[in-house]
Design a protein around this ligand. Sequence first.
Ligand code: MG
Length: 185
Amino acid sequence: MADPLTRPHRVPTPPTLEPRYRVGHGQDLHRLAPIGTSGGRPLVIGGVRIASTIGPIAHSDGDALLHALTDALLGALALPDIGEMFPDTDRSNEGRDSAEFVAAAAKAVAGAGWAIENVDATVCLEQPRIGPHKGAIRASMAKMLGTDAAAVNVKGKTREGVDAVGAGLAIEAHVVVLVRAVGAH
Ligand code: MG
């Protein structure tokens, strides 16, 4: 298979006429397990470490929110997705800080002449509740993206005890991002 980083693909540059916005969407899910010998990594959401006895099973650091954010940024430009850019078969991605994935995607967006207008995210997690951490998560993501915290929103949802997320067996994140044309660099 062709290397996704080098394969031919068309990076859309800002048009001189409308439309001057593009939207991107990302979704990610990680199974959860007791932290330690059961395979769970420390729980990190949006780059913020959260006290928990359970954490994600993952090749990287398992930050589902940052993985969804990365895919939303890449998706806005119709670029290869996070799995193509950073395959979990690549040992260099093992335990990797997901902020690096976000940084690479944000760099691609900026380099193609687009600016982030706003980000809206939802984290589905039964326990622990992320409500008390929302401000820190917003600030963390805004810092990674170089935006004001007001441009980043995070919501926490439970699944009312239904399905794998509701049973506390997984964490899921959804992100949408709007990017604005600022001119080709
Ligand atoms: Mg992931």
